[in-house]
Each structure stands twice: as structure tokens, then as C-alpha cells.
Design a protein around this ligand. Structure first.
Ligand SMILES: CC(C)(COP(=O)(O)OP(=O)(O)OC[C@H]1O[C@@H](n2cnc3c(N)ncnc32)[C@H](O)[C@@H]1OP(=O)(O)O)[C@@H](O)C(=O)NCCC(=O)NCCS
Length: 216
């Protein structure tokens, strides 16, 4: 089996993080399944981590140094939300409108369904008090199920503990993600269901917030 190493993020990894995100964003499939305009969702989902909290990112490398997976995290979800709303979201919204992405049929459908779900469904948007940190994780398809995800998680848990953070949470609507997180010691804090992807999948999907407490 190919040897995989885990290391801290370096600023030249930024493009690769954005690429892997785009290629695995929809339950492991490319984001073009539901959205046109990679740069918009790459900004929304990766730029806080790469540009404001790069010290909390870990990458997995195969032989030759190629990045094949990453974990983007934050020690303080409150801080992340504040920076996202004040510094990232306004710029992304302007780009979404002025570059014309807003007029793409696929994007209109996505926005309509996302807003409708936000307004009509129960969600758990509050940060669970004992779990101030959060994370996102993605591994390239050809490298799944060989332990890369678990290694990335362990590196992040060790980092959080070293920084005196003892709780981490995440949200997922991916079935494979959920099984993986349970295997990594997370427990379900909130369980729900969303209609948001019905127009693509023909069914409602389970969404969950999971949390893990880390030993002192
Ligand atoms: C979820 C993901 C990060 C797991 O990474 P990975 O490197 O494949 O996981 P590992 O090989 O470390 O798996 C560790 C254990 O988790 C569980 N697990 C991982 N993937 C699983 C899957 N698809 N189905 C069921 N259990 C799974 C298994 O128990 C596995 O141990 P085993 O292989 O010995 O049975 C990866 O599949 C991925 O990037 N998926 C696409 C994006 C995604 O869903 N991200 C998370 C949502 S926020």
C-alpha cells in the first residue's frame, strides 16, 4: 500500500485544497452536480480556513508529495462565523451577482431550494457549547478506505488538545461521512432531515450534527 503522510498546511497548498473541495463537495462528487461557478463555493467553504486560520489545516500526501486529502478546521467556530459574515460573505455575494453566476439556471434552483429549506425546516445552527471547534474533511476518491481520514482526524484531535480545546463538532448530510465520524468516536447531537436536495436525489436526506469530547 502507498505510504501516506500527514502534515500541516503550507500556503502553496491553497489551490489543491480548493480543487479537492470542488471535486468532492457533493457527498463525495463534484460540486457541478448542483452548482455552476467553482470559485464561489470554493470561497464560501475554504477561504476562511486557508486565509484566516491556516494553522488549523492538515493535509494528507501520497508518495511524491501529491495532496490527496485535507482537513480544514477551526478552534473557535464563533470567530469563524463572525469573520465569514463580515469579511467573506459580502465579497462572495458581489462576485455571485456581478459575474453573472446568479443567472445560471442550476444556481437559481440551488439557491431557491437552500433558502426554502432554511426558512421552513428545523436546523441546529447553534454552536453546541461543549464543542467550540469544528471541521470539514475530504479525501480523494481513489484514496478512500485506506485510513487517510482517520489519520487526518487524529492529527487534528492532537492539535486541539495541545491548544486546550476539548470539544469538536461538525454537520454532515453524507451517509458515508456519518459512518466514518461515528467510527472516529463522534456521537449524534442533533438528527434531522432536509428536503433541500430532493430536486436532485428524488428523496429527502438525513442531516446530523455530531460532536466529540477530547480527553484532558
Ligand atoms: C468520509 C471520508 C472523509 C472518510 O475518509 P477515508 O479516508 O475513506 O476513511 P478511513 O479509511 O480512515 O475510514 C475509517 C473508518 O471509517 C468508516 N468508514 C469510512 N468510510 C466509510 C464509508 N464510505 N461507509 C461506511 N463506513 C465508512 C469505516 O469504519 C472505516 O474503517 P474500515 O475501512 O476499516 O472499515 C471520505 O470517504 C470522503 O472524503 N468522502 C467524501 C466527502 C465526505 O463525505 N466528507 C465528509 C462529510 S462532511
Amino acid at each position: 500500500m502507498e505510504e501516506i503522510t500527514i502534515r500541516k498546511y503550507q500556503r502553496w497548498d491553497r489551490g489543491e485544497i480548493r480543487r479537492i473541495f470542488a471535486e468532492t463537495a457533493f457527498r463525495g462528487e463534484p460540486l457541478e452536480v448542483f452548482f455552476e461557478g467553482r470559485e464561489i463555493l470554493q470561497d464560501v467553504f475554504t477561504s476562511y480556513y486557508t486565509d484566516y486560520e491556516p494553522q488549523s489545516i492538515f493535509v494528507a500526501c501520497a508518495c511524491g508529495g501529491k495532496i490527496i486529502g485535507y482537513l480544514t478546521g477551526s478552534k473557535d467556530t464563533n470567530r469563524k462565523n463572525k469573520i465569514f459574515l463580515s469579511s467573506i460573505f459580502p465579497k462572495v455575494l458581489a462576485k455571485f451577482i456581478f459575474k453573472g453566476y446568479i443567472f445560471k439556471k442550476k444556481n437559481l434552483k440551488f439557491v431557491f431550494n437552500a433558502v426554502r429549506s432554511f426558512l421552513t425546516e428545523k436546523h441546529s445552527y447553534k454552536i453546541p457549547p461543549l464543542y467550540p471547534a469544528h471541521l470539514h474533511i475530504n479525501v480523494e476518491e481513489d484514496f478512500r478506505r485506506i485510513g487517510v481520514g482517520e489519520k487526518l482526524m487524529q492529527a487534528f484531535f492532537d492539535y486541539l488538545k495541545a491548544n486546550d480545546i476539548h470539544g469538536v463538532h461538525l454537520s454532515t448530510f453524507s451517509d458515508q461521512g456519518r459512518d466514518f465520524f461515528i467510527k472516529c468516536g463522534f456521537r449524534v447531537l442533533w438528527d434531522g432531515c432536509t428536503h433541500q436536495w430532493h430536486y436532485l436525489l428524488g428523496r429527502d436526506v438525513a442531516v446530523a450534527t455530531l460532536g466529540k469530547l477530547l480527553d484532558k
